[in-house]
Every structure is written in structure tokens, then in C-alpha cells.
Write a protein that binds this ligand. Sequence first.
Ligand code: NAD
Ligand code: ISE
Length: 335
Amino acid sequence: GTLGVAVIGTGRMGADHVRRLHEVTSGARVAAVVDVDAERVKRIADGIEGCSAHTDPAAAMAADGVDAVLIASPGPAHEAALLAAFEHDLPVLCEKPLTPGSASALRVLEAEQRLGHRRVQVGFMRRYDAEYVKLKSLLDTGQLGRPLMLHNRHRNVATPPGFSTEMLINDSVVHEMDITRWLLGHEITAVTVLKPTPSGNAPEGLQDPQLVLFETAGGAIVDVEINVNCGFGYQVQAEVVCERGTARIGDGHSLVTNMAGRWGGTIAQDFTERFEDAYDRQMQAWVDATRRGEITGPTAWDGYATAAVCEAGVRAQREGGRVEVELTERPSFYA
Ligand code: NAD
Ligand code: ISE
């Protein structure tokens, strides 16, 4: 039957996921919505037939018709929601980060292993972006040879109020941590962060942009320009340099115009626009797998491993120099 989903957190991402589940995804319906803001959650539930409104995640998980959980509350609230979902043995799509910090992520790994079966998919949606999928398929053929370097650019128009220097790593570069591990198939072993004089566009006190370097277990070197107040658009670009060639995505050349002696195109303005298809495909894949009784996509291990890299990244920001990533051994459960 149709998958009844409880959506926890109905802010920017959560409200968009509610719309997606209600209007785009097939085989699913929004059965319950949860937010600490009671008025907001009631307004959203009122617009959807058969959807109940809650301020307590545990109450929503026990509600009628709830078969699965989508977590889109702020990162610090994820651990409690994940553990509650495990108590009800419900499948979960959890927005990144799994949890902020490797200690809490490890507690989630342990709880999932105690259940005896995987329950969590982490919302690293770039793995569902058509361009990244093409890049990964090409690398996997081996035609280009071994990847030597991966160059990334991650630019946002502007940061919301309260966005801190650590969030450049924890909220933004975390996507490149996941995509690096996925594209190259190796864990990240060390992080270095270089900080140019901040842009005049950056709010007072924000160290923006930064150049983040990863070393990987496969010997490839990865650089990330994180530049979150660039002012002109939302851009995510990647170029892999291999032994026999290079491959690059994210140039946004789907429409090129020639007019009045100039050529060009438009640049997306935010992630909901640039990654709309990826969010849609991620949701459909999660719903389809869940209805088959399977869990696919990025795992809780991917959530833990990226949390460990974030910790090294934040230390590298603060202390300077190269910081090694501390990772426990990967349990065979996540092989
Ligand atoms: P937001 O602040 O817009 O929304 C969060 C909502 O959760 C708010 O409505 C808030 O009232 C509610 N909330 C707070 N504590 C709660 C709790 N304990 N239980 C239930 N609801 C609670 O934030 P956002 O930008 O929508 O981010 C939400 C999540 O999505 C974060 O984990 C963030 O990292 C992630 N995110 C992912 C992407 C992506 O590209 N995949 C982009 C942006 C945000
Ligand atoms: C945000 O939280 C995201 O996840 C976006 O994908 C990213 O581009 C942005 O920089 C983050 O703040």
C-alpha cells in the first residue's frame, strides 16, 4: 500500500519535502507532521487530507498510518528522533548531517546494529543528481584510469543569519566529504584548511571563503573552494583528474544563448533549484525501496564517517595545519 510518512521538522527543507511527498512522489503520503512551532505544523497539516499535526516526534511515530519517518529538523535534534524511530522499528530518511559529531553518530550506528537490520538512509542527495551519477558511472568504467585529484567548487549566494565559520565545514563541505568518498570509493584520512582574507560580502566575523584539502586512503588529493557569500549564484562543480583524462560537471550549460554580441546562460540561485531533481529522485528511491522492504542509498556509516571528517575539518580550521581523521573500524553490518 501507500507509504505513510511522518515528517519531523517543517522548516525550509521539511516544508519542501512535505510538498514533494504530497505532489511529486508516487506511492507515498504525508501521514503526520511535527514541529516545535505548533502553529506552523497545524497550518501545514490542515492543507493535507488525513495528516495529523504534532509537537512531539514520538507521538507522531505512534500515530495512525505512519509507516516511515523523514527527519528534517536541525542537526542537533536528529539523534533523539533517530532513536525514537528505531524504537518503533520505522525506516528513516534523515537529512544530513546524520548527527553533528562522531560520538553521537556512533551511538546511532550502535543502536541500528542492535536492531539487527538497517533502517537509515542519510539525505546526501547529490548521489541522485544526474550529473554526479554520470561522473560516477564514467569513473567506475575505469576508462580514465585512476583518479589523482578532485577539484570542487561550492558556492552559495549568501548565508542565512547565524551561519558560523564551523558551519562552512559541518553544513556545506559535508556534501563534498560524502561525494568524495562515494566517487573515489575511499575514506578521507586527513584535512587541511586554508583561509584567505575574508570576502567583503561575508558577514562580520565569518571566515569566508576557505580552501579545504582532503587526503584519501586511495592516495588522491581533493580540494574544495567553499564560498558561501559569493553573491552571484549557487554553483556546485567538480572536476576529476585521472591518469588518462579528466571529467567535469556542474557548468550549468544546459541552455546557452547568443544575443546582442554576447553569449551566456543563467545561474541557479539556491540548492532547492540546482538540486530539485536530485531531491525528487532521492525521495522516490527511498519510498520505492521502503515499500519493497529494503534500505538503499547513503548509510548511517556514511553519516558517521562524514561526521568524523567534519571534526577533523573544524580542528584544522581552528588550529591550522593538517589534522588526521579518526575513524573506528567499519562494522561488517555496513560492508
Ligand atoms: P530550518 O531551520 O528552516 O527548519 C527546521 C525546522 O525544524 C523549524 O521549523 C523548527 O521549528 C523545527 N524544529 C526545531 N527543533 C525541532 C525538534 N526538536 N523537533 C521537530 N522540529 C524541530 O532548517 P532547514 O534549513 O530546513 O534544515 C533542516 C535540516 O535539513 C538540517 O539537518 C539541514 O542540515 C538539512 N538541510 C539539507 C540540505 C540539503 O541540501 N540536503 C539543505 C538545507 C538543509
Ligand atoms: C545547506 O545546509 C545545504 O545542505 C546545501 O546543500 C549547501 O549548499 C549549503 O551550503 C548548506 O548551508
